[in-house]
Design a protein around this ligand. Structure first.
Ligand SMILES: Cc1cc2nc3c(=O)[nH]c(=O)nc-3n(C[C@H](O)[C@H](O)[C@H](O)COP(=O)(O)OP(=O)(O)OC[C@H]3O[C@@H](n4cnc5c(N)ncnc54)[C@H](O)[C@@H]3O)c2cc1C
Length: 287
């Protein structure tokens, strides 16, 4: 936004802290949990849909709820969170807001139960009604945190990712204009992890176990659309990097037409991985 613009809108409070509790926890598949959250402030929550991301603050080990210093939710939670002692500082992770409903106000988040001992995955596997977390989410539909931004003139969409990207890919496909061709490559552990995806999408399920780079192999062997395609890729960081390189270097895709993000990195927690963790200019952490 140009300095001094009379129409400039304040970005303050585009993202807010929403204290919520678990309303329901269901298994979509053996390794994917859908947790539905409710809370009195969720009436102010406004997802931008698509791959709308935000943060979840989970209770520190040994605590039953995530604590922030008094007033921190209003005055800049991230700065306050950073200065908290490790014993009480809530665990911070990035997730996709899969869906929002009103009347009653509810937000769904789908968690991959990856079994690698991460606190978010563990929390989701054990979540029960009444369990509390803090969501840091959008208070306006244009708050930011949405990467899927196909340019005007896009005539087809290709989405590729692992199970951490399934919530975003499903949401993106659901929101596309009717008639826009969409192709999805979804990597999961095996057939039991396949989920219903929008019928309008041409879906390739990719099962792990046969190759070190199953998603790359699947895309490499596939015909891709000729008509002004826009690519969106997300999942394990090195797999996504390889996939992008294949598209740009081997398939001649214009790099500007490829939106990509590492959602996690093998062997590193989100706190240790600079490519997925805040702070970053595009991450809505300090509103
Ligand atoms: C923008 C964005 C949106 C995201 N949306 C979602 C979403 O909607 N649903 C979702 O499930 N995840 C999503 N993720 C990924 C999620 O944030 C990470 O998987 C996160 O690391 C999980 O935290 P954790 O505490 O369970 O594990 P961490 O403590 O971060 O990591 C512990 C160990 O587990 C490994 N690990 C982490 N994730 C996985 C995995 N999926 N499979 C195998 N090993 C793993 C790490 O490499 C590490 O060795 C998203 C990430 C980003 C950046």
């Amino acid at each position: 936004m140009a300095a001094g613009s009379a129409t400039a809108r304040p970005v303050q409070a585009a993202f807010r802290v929403f204290p919520v509790q678990v309303e329901r926890a269901v298994r979509l598949t053996p390794q994917m949990a859908r947790i539905t959250f409710t809370g009195p402030t969720l009436s102010g929550f406004r997802t931008g849909n698509r791959d709308q991301r935000g943060k979840i603050l989970f209770p520190a080990p040994g605590l039953t709820e995530p604590l922030l210093p008094e007033g921190a939710a209003e005055s800049g939670w991230y700065a306050a969170w950073r200065t908290m002692p490790p014993e009480t500082r809530p665990i911070l992770r990035t997730y996709t807001f899969r869906a929002q409903r009103t009347d009653p106000d509810e937000v769904d988040i789908d968690f991959a139960l990856h079994g690698d001992g991460g606190p978010a995955g563990r929390w989701a596997a054990a979540a029960r009604p009444g369990d509390r977390v803090l969501l840091v989410g959008p208070a306006r539909e244009d708050a930011g945190g949405v990467n899927f931004q196909p340019p005007p003139g896009t005539e087809s969409v290709v989405l590729a990712g692992d199970e951490t990207a399934l919530p975003a890919m499903t949401s993106i496909a659901e929101g596309l204009p009717p008639g826009l061709p969409v192709q999805i490559f979804a990597e999961v552990a095996g057939p039991a992890e396949e989920q219903p995806l929008p019928a309008t999408a041409q879906v390739t399920w990719v099962h792990r176990g046969h190759s070190p780079s199953p998603l790359l192999d699947a895309v490499r062997g596939a015909a891709l659309p000729d008509a002004a395609p826009y690519f969106w890729l997300a999942g394990e960081a090195s797999a996504i990097k390889e996939l992008r390189r294949h598209l740009v270097r081997e398939r001649g895709v214009d790099r500007g037409s490829v939106c990509f993000q590492g959602y996690w990195r093998r062997g590193l927690t989100e706190d240790q991985d600079d490519s997925t963790a805040p702070p970053s200019p595009s991450d809505p952490v300090d509103d």
